[in-house]
Design a protein around this ligand. Structure first.
Ligand code: NAI
Ligand code: OAA
Length: 320
């Protein structure tokens, strides 16, 4: 059987890391696409030359021609611009919306059967726009954010409790911005929900509140440290987990920016929710029940995402 084909649109910091991870995990043959001539070709060759040492059998190709992504099973989109210190993700909307138009049309014309994972920010609005421009089925176009935000939450919790991060579960829903919703009640250490751990006296409410806020600020913390761009190792790893769930029909329950029409009281929009990812793409939206406080935070986040989608429609009239 032929190896799966993975097209990476954008060969910058995340794109290069995605290519490296996809090769090491032998997820499939990799095509790295970018508009900056030489960069995708150089990164593809560099990673391919690590193959004899690492021992992977996949091919890597760098390109500036959309025809090379033909027949891709998965497309992961990082094309666009990252933020710098002092900027919010939302400041990227105008510039990255134009990029989503070019990329959406490129995928539509060359890889219409792919499972598409968008990473470009501001994430929830960009995945919505990418879906509109590409015209692919909603269940085949999804945004990566919740896996990353939940991984950050898990990392901070594992440090706080001094336990293996394998024993920490966490859920972050909502839009991938300042209003994201880390769900404390649905996050656990060894299956014990965080509020119970506070009651037991293992940690304090103040520490939990600080970790929730650090999770919300997780992207900005890295931007502040790097100064020239944003996080790329954990974002790439998170998207690879989603791609693997699709390619191997794993039926993983992962938070993702998916199209929600009916569940959680939403009428047709992209936002971070719990999903099942398998061979059908987004096979299910898990209609999680929120308490009053959680619902209020989620509503605020939904409102913020809707505001960004409206801004996209104001910029590009074909989206209205
Ligand atoms: N969803 C999430 O959780 C996260 C999202 N991001 C976002 O991911 C995006 C990429 O981040 P990085 O890889 O660090 O940026 P980067 O600047 O290193 O790479 C972006 C690449 O896109 C390319 N590009 C620009 N326009 C293009 C077009 N029309 N077609 C194809 N390629 C094009 C550029 O040449 C560049 O190589 C940013 O928007 C960033 O904000 C970053 C981290 C996490
Ligand atoms: O913060 C940024 O600009 C990049 C991003 O989305 C993240 O790392 O969560």
């Amino acid at each position: 059987m032929a190896r799966p084909k993975i097209a990476l649109i954008g060969a910058g910091q995340i794109g290069g890391t995605l290519a490296h991870l996809a090769a090491i995990k032998e997820l499939g043959d990799v095509v790295l696409f970018d508009i900056t001539d030489g960069v995708p070709q150089g990164k593809a060759l560099d990673i391919a030359e690590s193959g004899p040492v690492e021992g992977f059998d996949v091919s890597l190709k760098g390109t500036g021609d959309y025809a090379d992504i033909a027949g891709a099973d998965v497309c992961i989109v990082t094309a666009g611009v990252p933020r710098k210190p002092g900027m919010s993700r939302d400041d990227l909307l105008g510039i990255n919306l134009k990029v989503m138009k070019a990329v959406g049309e490129g995928i539509r014309d060359n890889a219409p059967d792919a499972f598409v994972i968008c990473i470009t920010n501001p994430l929830d609005a960009m995945v919505w726009a990418l879906r509109e421009f590409s015209g692919l089925p909603h269940e085949k176009v999804v945004g990566m954010a919740g896996v990353l935000d939940s991984a950050r939450f898990r990392h901070f919790l594992a440090e706080e409790f001094n336990v293996s991060m394998r024993d920490v579960t966490a859920f972050v829903l909502g839009g991938h911005g300042d209003t994201m919703v880390p769900l404390v009640r649905y996050s656990t250490v060894g299956g014990i929900p965080l509020p119970d751990l506070v009651d037991m006296g293992w940690t304090s409410q103040e520490s939990m509140d600080a970790i929730v806020q650090r999770t919300r600020d997780g992207g900005a913390e890295i931007v502040g440290l790097l100064k020239t761009g944003s996080a790329f190792y954990a974002p790439a790893t998170s998207a690879i987990e989603m791609a693997e769930a699709y390619l191997k029909d794993q039926k993983r329950l992962l938070p993702a920016a998916a199209y929600v029409d009916g569940a959680l009281g939403l009428n047709g929009m992209y936002v971070g929710v719990p999903t099942i990812i398998g061979a059908g793409g987004i096979e299910r939206i898990v209609d999680i029940k929120l308490n009053r406080d959680e619902q209020a935070m989620f509503d605020k986040s939904v409102e913020a995402v809707n505001g960004l989608v409206e801004a996209c429609k104001g910029i590009d009239s074909t989206l209205a």
